[in-house]
Design a protein around this ligand. Structure first.
Ligand code: ADP
Ligand code: G3P
Length: 497
């Protein structure tokens, strides 16, 4: 057995594979974007075979780049976009429908029904989640309701449900392991985060046969062995966690009160709350951070649906920039947004608003408003949404953050990070490795494989490479934030008709 760990990071817009050495340093990276399918406004799907194929391609590619083979690896860690729902035939392995992506709003009416049936309290109590189409539960139900015969096939044990981790593991192990980890299970709306089991009452309420559900395992430990067909030799899968949980781990936020914000497709602010779940009074989620060595730890989460994806929208739909990174220079070319505010509620608003019917708006346009103002407003919106969430988190936890650890693709944007620090009045710290999602998965796998001894060893290696300290006068900060809050109000409920 070698000493290298490979992390598979299956994100919303791309599949990535990263090789880490025993010092936790990146040896090689491979990345591939894949198709986003929009069958109707507000609906988002992925082809599960695209997810699988791009992930296997980047895995093979990264091994070549690193000059390694299967025998050099101690193990594989998997981290993934969460909640995205896949159902497939156990015998043939064929998906019975496309993957319904976490951002997809198609189950809004199902959510309304559950609300009318008085399920919100029970769901919050048992799963820590808020009634919203975001989670897997109503997506599974939608597939079973719309693919003829599927509910009966599910009850006969002929079908399997999985979040993306489960789908990948099933395929990578040659159809041997139908498993997930605690963190991914806690995003389905069907898992009881206190009793640590699939909840029968919820499965009944959603009309989902338990036969569909995978076995839930600790996040660090053996999940299965990757087939020789993938890399020419068997490699154990030793770590699995949802991407935001993996990032919290990779940022070594091991103590209660430590928090990170990941700026990927969405933005996800998670705070470790230790072995006790904290019940949010401010519209945040209670979630399982990870389960390790017989112990589950919890986190509070604020989920923002549009983070870096807002920048992608500027690039792909609006054609205002050529590359995501151009947004920095364009934003800096003007001193402010000239009163323009962009609310990127393209798929509704997540925490703390939870309005599945809000939609994107640009307000405050005047004759002088131009491209640079809109680009700048898009970046600023990412920071304002983070403030909405951090305010709720501080109220829930009673902890005032002095520093916020950041990571993810858009955290490379210096303008955004400085504005974030200014608008929060908090120091922002960016670590040396911003691929903390992959690092977290590698750490979970490396602990189980014995490459690393314990969390202390991981903490000792963690290094910050950039600080952003607040510089904006209070009056300016609060004035800008009030404008944002007014704009959010105008975006609410738009698609309700
Ligand atoms: N320099 C940058 N400035 C702003 N946004 C960026 C920058 N670089 C990448 N992004 C955005 O970050 C996102 C990619 O981040 P990543 O962490 O890879 O996301 P995911 O894991 O969700 O696919 C994209 O939405 C992209 O538009
Ligand atoms: O693809 P990402 O990194 O934006 O993460 C997506 C989240 O896991 C969705 O809950």
């Amino acid at each position: 057995m070698g000493k290298y760990i490979v992390a598979l990071d299956q994100g919303t817009t791309s599949s990535r594979a990263i090789v880490f050495d025993e010092l936790g340093q990146i040896v090689a990276v491979s990345n591939r974007e894949f198709e986003q399918i929009y069958p109707q406004p507000g609906w988002i799907e992925h082809d599960p075979m695209d997810i699988l194929n791009t992930q296997v391609e980047v895995l093979r590619e990264v091994m070549v780049r690193a000059g390694l083979n299967a025998s050099n690896l101690s193990g594989v860690g998997i981290t993934n976009q969460r909640e995205t729902t896949i159902i497939w035939d156990k015998k043939t392995g064929e998906p019975i429908y496309n993957a319904i992506v976490w951002q997809c709003r198609r189950t809004a009416s199902e959510i309304e029904k559950l609300e009318k049936d008085g399920m919100a309290g029970t769901i919050k109590e048992k799963t820590g989640l808020i009634l919203d189409p975001y989670f897997s539960g109503t997506k599974i139900k939608w597939i079973l309701d719309h693919v003829p015969g599927s509910r009966e096939r599910a009850a006969r044990g002929e079908l399997m449900f999985g979040t993306v981790d489960t789908w990948l593991i099933w395929n990578l192990t040659g159809s041997r392991a139908h498993v997930t980890d605690y963190s991914n299970a806690s995003r389905t709306m069907l898992y009881n985060i206190h009793d640590l089991c699939w909840d029968e009452e919820l499965l009944r309420a959603f009309d989902i046969p338990i036969e569909l559900m995978p076995e839930v395992l600790p996040s660090s430990g053996l999940f299965g062995v990757m087939n020789t067909s993938i890399l020419g030799g068997e490699v154990p899968i030793f770590g699995v966690a949802g991407d935001q949980h993996a990032a919290l781990f990779g940022q070594t936020c091991f103590e209660p009160g430590m928090a990170k914000n990941t700026y990927g497709t969405g933005c996800f602010l998670l705070m470790n709350t230790g072995t006790e779940p904290v019940n949010s009074k401010n519209n945040l989620l209670t979630t399982i951070a990870w389960g390790i060595g017989g112990q589950v730890e919890y986190a509070l989460e604020g989920s923002i649906f549009m983070g870096g994806a807002t920048v992608q929208w500027l690039r792909d739909e609006m054609g205002l920039i050529e590359k995501s990174s151009d947004s920095e220079e364009v934003a800096r070319s003007v001193p402010d947004t000239d009163g323009v505010v962009l609310v990127p509620a393209f798929t509704g608003l997540g925490a703390p608003h939870w309005d599945m019917y809000s939609r994107g708006i640009i307000v405050g346009l005047t004759r002088g408003a131009g491209r640079a103002h809109i680009v700048r407003a898009a970046l600023e919106a990412i920071a304002y949404q983070t403030r909405d969430v951090l305010t709720a988190m501080e109220a829930d936890s009673g902890i005032k953050l002095n520093t916020l650890r950041v990571d993810g693709g858009a955290s490379a944007n210096g303008f955004l990070m400085q504005f974030q620090s200014d608008i929060l009045n908090v120091t922002v710290e960016r670590p040396k490795i911003i691929e903390t999602t992959a690092l977290g998965a590698a750490c979970l796998a490396g602990l189980a494989a014995g490459v690393w001894k314990d969390r202390e060893e991981l903490k000792a290696r963690y290094a910050i490479s950039a600080h952003f300290d607040p510089q904006m006068p209070e009056q300016e900060r609060e004035g800008k934030y009030r404008l944002w809050q007014r704009a959010v109000k105008r975006s609410l409920g738009w698609a309700e008709q």
